[in-house]
Design a protein around this ligand. Sequence first.
Ligand SMILES: *Cc1c(COP(=O)(O)O)cnc(C)c1O
Length: 397
Amino acid sequence: MTDFSRTRSLFTIPEGVIYLDGNSLGALSSAVSARVSRMIEAEWGGELIRGWNSAGWMVQPRRVGDRVARLIGAAPGTVVMGDTLSIKVYQALAAALSLNPSRRVILSDSGNFPSDLYMAQGLVRMLGDRAALKVVEPEQVEAAIDDSVAVLMLTEVDYRTGRMHDMAALTKKAHAAGALTVWDLAHSAGAVPVDLAGCDADFAVGCTYKYLNGGPGAPAFIYVAPRHADVAPPALSGWMGHEAPFAFDLDYRPGGGIERMRIGTPPIIALAALDAALDAWDGVSMQDVRKASVALSELFIAEVEQRCPSLTLASPRESSRRGSQVSFRHADGYAIMRALIARGVIGDFRAPDALRFGFTPLYIGEAEVRAAVDILEKVLVEKLWDKPEYRQKELVT
Ligand SMILES: *Cc1c(COP(=O)(O)O)cnc(C)c1O
């Protein structure tokens, strides 16, 4: 059994804040600052360039990748860290497309995060007639999988509503049709149990600053199924993915296995922060996290529907089809969210009208959920959101 009182004690949430935005930027765990300071002072300051060997910086992307692998049902040695998620999407998609050379369709859906679609559009532009992007409604994905599809590229959990695709079933259908899969786990890793090996997924990618609490801009991850790892051609062929980076050969030769998905020099300070943040996951079972997250989400939905009738549920009602977030719609959603944030309840807003709340059992419990609804109810009943300053859009919503 996961001890959530232990995990809660590991996080520092400011006084007076109820943090329901761990789906966008995870909270700070107390171990991070000490680890980053040590890395900077002892490793960087003390070891200087020697740190690449003596402090294990060079193997850090693989070592941290193994820690993430456990949380997404992947075997050790199949995940590597680095770059941002958008770049990892491009890399996975390009590799998957190369592995299915007789087909050109990339199938995705309109529930995908725009950056994933933008990266696919950029790749398609570069490849000309070799590739085409087809985007259908999320409900139409299953029917659209046919023998023209080279790669099925989906985000498991919808960033706006939390709607969840059936990864096992869609992967199976894609394989039966001769397509490969690229799964984006941005809102899955650390949020819901994922079984990449069990689903027989081909490629997966994700970020670590959301539910994994790695900090703003924390390095992303990429998973490649062992059967593809030694044959997937790297489109972004940087020296860190070379078979022998320090041979300084003029020609690129991909490294063995997942190593070839590395590109350039890894962000060691950010990896130290992530590595420390991942300590909070030691001894945590994703099944327990899921159970607690469903309970918190159900409580939130029930309370909001009872006390805030002007809000409409935008997330699937059935918990098995929902990730670890709940969204409600309201025409004045942006102003309402700003008024909530001003009163310490931090969620976020996604255009055009969704108020989004994330549930992270590692550091959020029932008491916070109830207290958040108290404030939400007050903001709505007393129309506290109806102020010009709350309508002014900020750079980041
Ligand atoms: C958060 C998120 C991203 C963000 O990509 P970055 O390169 O890290 O900015 C991309 N895709 C999905 C599905 C996301 O949820």
